[in-house]
Design a protein around this ligand. Structure first.
Ligand code: ASP
Ligand code: MG
Length: 408
């Protein structure tokens, strides 16, 4: 017998039929003798619909009222699922975030969980009840309703699993696991049996959309075994866990996956003087404009001048460009250039730590396809390259093949 926290996303509870199907699934786990805590999202599309309603009233609606509005979506699904469980003859009880005593800070729309007092839930579990908790929501110290950021139900699931010391947190979604890369780009992508927290974090921050980053961070911090699996098909899914546990599975690939991100833009300022403070003068105004900078490259030329290149999200390209042009005037730079038709492709794998030569193999594979690399950045467990967007599919497939990710 185990304590399982299961989270069902928006598509999994997107209609009455699907909610009934989730109820069938949950009671099957319960019948096997497990204690069950279920976290649900709003029905698919519902949160967007609510946000659009708010927009119609005012694009400047306050964070507090937006949270009051957005959390109604999950309140609908917890009640409907609890009713479906009761209809099947099981004792069930729905909890809003506040009732579950999920206390957050007061940053509306992106609150962080501070504590969970799980006593009431534990008592209900001990009494044999199935618990159904609204994802994505909590309350601050003053009982104001808060939300955890879009996709935040994953975080609710993991946080509850940590608080209750659950045996596993299972995220049921519309894909049947974490893949070596996006199967829409590489149909031969393969489901991973396990992946480490670290790798999953890199994959998520590099563009893989399977899990909310914060949920993975939370799971890593509290060592919650996290499993991604399909709510529509049977299967083991992918287990996200520690290095040690994945070693035991003998799935010792060098590379676990290839992530990519289409939202990149690159800006370059050429011929600025190579003196202290220049990097700050260039990037200071960018960060003041709340624009996040990803890769940064500075290259010293022979004539005492330097070139400086950095990347931002494509949505921030125009604003960043305007800021850079201003700076270029002040610094009497030779020229400013930019490119917003680029993408980032990244290899991720803890195996890189213990193996040299992966970067050069990556560059060789790309060179063979005639793909020019615009920028490179590395960390202990990833190598990212920036390339022209027209090479995205070709690059991902060539690397997938070249690093032998298809085979078991
Ligand atoms: N319903 C929320 C959203 O759409 C939270 C979630 O689904 O995780 O972002
Ligand atoms: Mg979601």
């Amino acid at each position: 017998m185990a304590l399982l926290v299961q989270k069902y996303g928006g598509t999994s509870v997107g209609s009455i039929e699907r909610i009934e199907a989730v109820a069938d699934k949950v009671v099957a786990y319960k019948d096997q003798g497990n204690d069950m805590v279920i976290v649900v999202s709003a029905m698919s599309g519902e949160t967007n619909r609510l946000v659009a309603l708010a927009q119609e009233i005012s694009p400047q609606a306050s964070g507090r009222e937006l949270d009051v509005l957005m959390t109604t979506g999950e309140q609908v699904t917890i009640a409907l699922l609890a009713m479906a469980l009761e209809k099947r003859g099981y004792a069930a009880k729905s909890y809003t975030g506040g009732q579950a005593k999920i206390v957050t800070d007061n940053n509306h729309n992106k609150a962080r969980i501070k504590s969970i007092d799980h006593q009431n839930i534990q008592r209900d579990l001990d009494a044999g009840r199935i618990i159904v908790v609204a994802g994505f929501q909590g309350v601050d110290e003053e009982s104001n309703i808060t939300t955890l950021g879009r996709g935040g139900s994953d975080t609710t699931g993991v946080a509850l699993a940590a608080a209750l010391k659950a045996d596993e947190c299972q995220i049921f979604t519309d894909v049947d696991g974490v893949y070596t890369t996006d199967p829409r780009v590489e149909p031969e992508a393969r489901r991973l049996i396990t992946i480490t927290y670290e790798e999953m974090l890199e994959m998520a921050s590099l563009g893989s959309k399977v899990l909310q980053i914060r949920a993975v961070e939370f799971a890593q911090k509290y060592a919650v075994p996290l499993r991604v699996l399909s709510s529509f098909e049977e299967g083991e899914g992918t287990l996200i866990t520690t290095d040690y546990e994945t070693d035991k599975t003998m799935e010792q690939a060098l590379i676990s996956g290839i992530a990519f991100n289409r939202d990149e833009a690159q800006l370059t300022i050429n011929g600025v003087s190579d003196t202290p403070g220049v990097a700050y003068q260039i990037l200071g105004p960018i960060s003041d404009a709340n624009i996040e900078v990803d890769m940064i490259l500075q290259n010293v030329g022979a004539d005492g001048s330097t070139d400086f290149t950095f990347t931002v999200h494509r949505n921030d390209y125009e604003t960043a460009m305007a800021s850079l042009e201003k700076t270029a005037n002040q610094l009497k730079a030779r020229e400013v250039r930019g490119n917003n038709r680029i993408v980032k492709i990244s290899l991720v794998g803890v195996g890189m730590r213990s193996h040299a030569g992966i970067a050069s193999r990556m560059f060789e594979i790309l060179a063979r396809e005639g793909i020019n690399i615009l920028m490179i950045s590395t960390s202990e467990i990833k190598i990212s390259v920036l390339v022209d967007e027209k090479y995205l599919e070709l690059g991902v497939r060539a690397l997938h093949e070249g690093f032998d990710l298809k085979s078991e």
